[in-house]
Design a protein around this ligand. Structure first.
Ligand code: NAP
Ligand code: GDD
Length: 325
């Protein structure tokens, strides 16, 4: 009988961690989650997907190498997915050193843990389109130069290059997924799509009067997180490790996203959206637009969910949640 594969996921309680855990459980993996100690319960996403009891939790923190070594050993992981991060760009200006430590040096610590314990284990690094920042090409792909615009982007660039370096130095199967923005009903409330979806539902139900936003001219290449975790898994199933851009190839402004979300419940965004300096960033990434041709050609990956379906799904989920309270 063949042994079921074992996976270790850092950031398992986050949006992507929850969807990835669900995907891997469905494929028969034993799934281990790397769980930082928090004073409150952070497992709502795993509970909402109905998989909380199916994953094995190992306590630890990305700032603690010894806990990572214990986790890689204890899980006997064949595949390690490093999704854990301080992932909110805005916060990275308030906590730049923590962001550098968790997102940059943290990725290096995971690579070291894998190298020390079992360098045959395959490794995935959650890299980001935020590394393109001030874009150097109209459509960004794997060969576009990076120009990060936030402490978060700078930290993630370290994680990306550490991954490339461990692949080249030690022959490790270490891949970096350069993922563009991906959203879902499980998105954290601080990110703009979920903030808008939640506000639309609240306004529709008479629980909120206005929505305060920052730069609504910013444009993003937005996809559905459930589609994107499949690309992560596919990267680790290839004979060789590599780097891949994962995106939809379309870009939409925050303004047009608002229009769509409000229209979904029969409202006009102009009647509710107020611009507020408080949500502006010291340096903005004005536009992101990915070219996922390599992921399509080599992984056979393509997004399945349209932007319209994604926004409708998010607004409907928040309407359901708020109505059942
Ligand atoms: P998320 O919802 O913010 O989840 C982040 C996860 O990291 C949470 O489980 C969090 O745990 C954990 N974490 C934070 N600090 C940690 C620490 N010191 N030690 C261990 N775990 C820690 O993020 P996401 O949207 O799922 O994104 C997953 C990864 O992909 C992140 O690395 C993100 O930077 C990257 N990424 C995301 C996108 C996107 O659009 N979603 C695009 C490109 C790249 P707590 O909740 O307990 O803090
Ligand atoms: N969060 C937020 N809140 N963003 C706003 C607001 C607001 O009130 N108003 C305008 N925006 C603009 C931001 O300035 C940014 O240009 C855009 O909306 C998207 O912001 P976020 O949803 O916070 O995402 P992000 O693009 O900064 O970062 C996300 O995507 C990255 C990949 O490109 C995060 O998931 C990162 O972890 C990820 O790496």
């Amino acid at each position: 009988m063949t042994k079921n594969k074992s996976a270790l996921i850092t950031g398992i309680t986050g949006q992507d961690g929850a969807y990835l855990a669900q995907l891997l459980l469905g494929k028969g993996y034993q799934v281990h989650g790397f769980l930082p100690r928090r004073s409150t319960d952070t497992s709502w996403r795993l509970r909402e997907l109905g998989i909380l009891d199916d994953v094995h939790m190992i306590e630890g923190d990305l700032s603690d190498l010894s806990s990572l070594i214990r986790a890689v050993e204890g899980s006997r992981a064949d595949e390690v997915y490093n999704l854990g991060a301080q992932s909110f760009v805005g916060t990275s200006w308030q906590q730049p050193l923590l962001t550098a430590d968790v997102d940059g040096v943290g990725a290096l610590r995971v690579l070291e843990a894998v190298r020390i314990v079992n360098r045959e284990a395959r490794f995935y690094q959650a890299s980001t389109s935020e590394m393109f920042g001030l874009i150097q090409a109209e459509r960004q792909d794997e060969s576009t130069p990076f120009y990060p615009r936030s402490p978060y982007g700078v930290a993630k660039l370290m994680g990306h290059w550490a991954t490339v370096n461990y692949r080249e130095s030690y022959g490790m199967h270490a891949s970096s997924g350069i993922l563009f923005n991906h959203e879902s009903p499980l998105r954290g409330i601080e990110f703009v799509t979920r903030k808008v979806a939640h506000a639309v539902a609240s306004i529709k139900l008479g629980l909120q009067k206005e929505l305060r936003l920052g730069n609504i001219d910013a444009k993003r290449d937005w996809g559905f997180a459930g589609d994107y975790v499949e690309a992560m898994w596919l990267m680790l199933q290839q004979a060789g490790a590599d780097d891949y851009v994962v995106a939809t190839g379309k870009t939409v402004s925050v303004r047009d996203m608002c229009e769509l979300a409000f229209a979904h419940v029969g409202l006009k965004y102009q009647d509710y959206v107020v611009q507020d300096e408080k949500f502006m960033r010291p340096a903005e990434v004005d536009v992101l637009l990915g070219n996922p041709a390599k992921a399509k050609a080599k992984l056979g990956w393509a997004p399945r969910t349209t932007f319209e379906q994604l926004i409708a799904m998010m607004v409907d989920a928040d309407l359901r949640r708020l109505s059942s309270r």
